[in-house]
Design a protein around this ligand. Sequence first.
Ligand SMILES: Cc1ncc(COP(=O)(O)O)c(C=O)c1O
Length: 380
Amino acid sequence: MKHQKHLFSLPEDVTYINGAYMSPQLKSVADVGLESVIRKNNPTAISQADFFTHRTIVKQRFASLIDAPDEQNCAIIPSVSYGIATVAKNIELQKDDEILVIDEQFPSNIYAWREKANSTGAHMRVVTPPDSFENRGKRWNQKILDAINAATKVVTMGHIHWADGTLFDLITIRKKAHEVGAKLIIDGTQSVGALPFSVKEIQPDALIVGGYKWLLGPYSIGMAYYADTFNDGEPLEYNWINRKNSEDFSQLVNYQDEYQPKADRFSVGESSNFILVPMQIRAIEQLLDWGVQNIQEYCETISSEAIAQLQTKGCFIEDAQYRSKHLFGVYLPDHIKMDAVKDRFRESGISVGIRGEAIRVAPHVYNTAEDFEKFVACFY
Ligand SMILES: Cc1ncc(COP(=O)(O)O)c(C=O)c1O
């Protein structure tokens, strides 16, 4: 795969290696958004069928992206917190059950569980990273497996750590969770779209993904997958379109107790969103066109030389086997000072993230190996 800079509108003087913050916008997605805004100038251009068609298409595209057999297991959400709150509402916990989370994971996958723990007497169990860098990723994965026990009822985590890209072996974690009867809930916001994810292989109970990062979509839309065990679940709110026969606008006040099939009940109110949904469809179609595995490999190709050089300078970067290639952390050795490096980033127009102790680097197909040369030159 070659770089795809020309498909984005990034300013020339910015070296943006920060897709984990938010993706830059594809020109094609901006075009769809602008057309969608204008469309409402004439309300007759928006038909009753339009309330449904784009919802279905975005779910189909998302289902393809995550290798899920049925798009009816997918729902449209406004945020990760919304998708996680839906899951937490629909899991029964008892006193002393355990909810397993990873140290310093993103708060949208924490607060709902804290509430759940408070209201049920369940406990949050936090798996911290090893306290030294040697084999850190491998040992962190092992600590997670060791922490799953008969009391564990929920394992809720990312495919990678959002701050430094540590890769978690979800297939093995799934297996252990399955053995003890725990549910596996994944926040895929920092991975889905750039790192392959297969629902068929990993079999999560739920997968929640914000749209504006690696799905290359706009802000305030995301996608969720809920396994069949949630098919009779209770939504957070009660929107008319999620009810059976909502297609028949003449019968809407013939109030319905039944829902549309499967996960449709969990879509947010006004999920037909005539602006954001078409934009998200276009973005996922572009990802499918490129192929997620190709994106991951492209990121590896353009960054591998820089990673070797940084390691030679004494930086810690996780072993390739336990690190995603589209998002990774660089930990500095004592002789390179964070403030000085940050100043050089600013002077060189480089945008990366600083999360905790790590410099978070998050490339995509709009980056090149030259961007990484500029990046490495800031480390002294
Ligand atoms: C791992 C992860 N999950 C979720 C989010 C966003 O959550 P929300 O959509 O609730 O704002 C982020 C944003 O940085 C994130 O990194």
